[in-house]
Design a protein around this ligand. Sequence first.
Ligand SMILES: Cc1ncc(COP(=O)(O)O)c(C=O)c1O
Length: 479
Amino acid sequence: MKPSTLIAPPALVRRAEKHDTKAIQALDSAHFIHPFTDHGDLATRGSRVITHAENIYIWDSEGHKILDAMSGLWCVNAGYGRKELADAGYQQMMTLPFYNSFFQTTNVPAVQLAAKLAQLAPEVGGRKFEHVFFSSSGSESNDTNVRMVRRYWDLLGQPQRKVIISRNNAYHGSTMAGASLGGMSGMHAQGDLPIPDIVHIEQPHHFEHAHPGESQDAFGLRAARWLEEKILSIGADKIAAFIAEPVQGAGGVIIPPATYWPEIQRIVDKHGILLISDEVICAFGRLGHWFAYEKFGYKPDLVTFAKGVTSGYVPLGGVMVGDRVAKVLIEKGGEFNHGYTYSGHPVACAVALANIELLEREGLVARVKDDTGPYLAERFAELNKHPLVVGAESCGFVAGLMLVKNKATQQPFDEGVGVGMRCRAHCFNSGLIMRAVGDRMIIAPPLVMTREQIDEMMALIKRCLDLTESELRLVGELG
Ligand SMILES: Cc1ncc(COP(=O)(O)O)c(C=O)c1O
């Protein structure tokens, strides 16, 4: 695919309108409660108003062009301005904008999408995914998972199997169940979470938890065995499922050692526990595969998806239900008293079908696997030469690095320095969206990004790291 064919023709490029930024900011802070936002801070500084987007770039109301290395929020896999997706939504709205899928009713796009997803989800170790449950987000999908696994064990006559094991620093959404499954201490601290029967083990983060000199492989095995220790301490007969992201995203792009997932698989198999792969970020090409469990070779029973299924153009999420669970729910379950108004929303499903068709037509999943992903890995690893950086690595089209005060000893900065936020500010001001998670800087670019655009992004990242370094020297945080 030539880069030029991936960029929308000029006719599609909307011109920046004139915006009264101050007026929008005032209205914003007066009326709009934003997710994950300090509103005192928002009122003082004003939000950044994003007005339009094309390909891998977004524009703000002041006319600044910004390279979006986060794909919106890990979701705009097909890039911005894709007319096919807008057309599919428009056509479906004019045909059937909504009908519910409760009470033995269905609609054509939802059926077609379910069948398409079943075709895309690879069979592993004799385990198939023939069924899909639809929602509108990753959080809702994980709520569905909690209800589904508990229902599964009830139907098998083991109602005491209720406990779901997750990991610290995992992100599984923001509903009561999603935030409880997640392992974010800041979220647990608000609203009395986690809810009962959700417990956590430590994450497989070599930088933070490895013993001095411990190899990646040895650490990966040890980290997976924390799951077995937890199972044994609670009693295997009480455990319903283990949930994990293939690569942790919001936690800071933490890529597990190669030994981790095979050992997790051994442990869940040994104890008969269901495995939930939360692929809200990792599916639909993000790691160079339609579904990420294929990359790591493990065999989940349920797979959570959202975001990239529609490239974020409209909300859609769901759960791929593997045969082990589907068979019990369907054959023994009777009515499953669960569902959302927008489960199988025809417009969302039509956009998802168009998005999948586009990803297939342009070969974007294979391109991330075989071409741009390896190229990004090569270029991103070069950042390890930078005086502030350790552990710069990528997996498909997610990448992360750690900012440290002393490279040789890997000494971190004091928390008060806020090094990640300083670096992020330089990114914003230099026309780059790169996210800070503590002292980690992370990216998840649109899958349409070309090699040339990877070079452009890397030059920006390098410049922002240099600016961060200069600032730290100026304030006396570096020798
Ligand atoms: C792995 C994972 N699961 C679940 C979610 C929640 O998805 P949503 O924000 O669509 O509810 C996210 C969001 O980033 C996620 O990364």
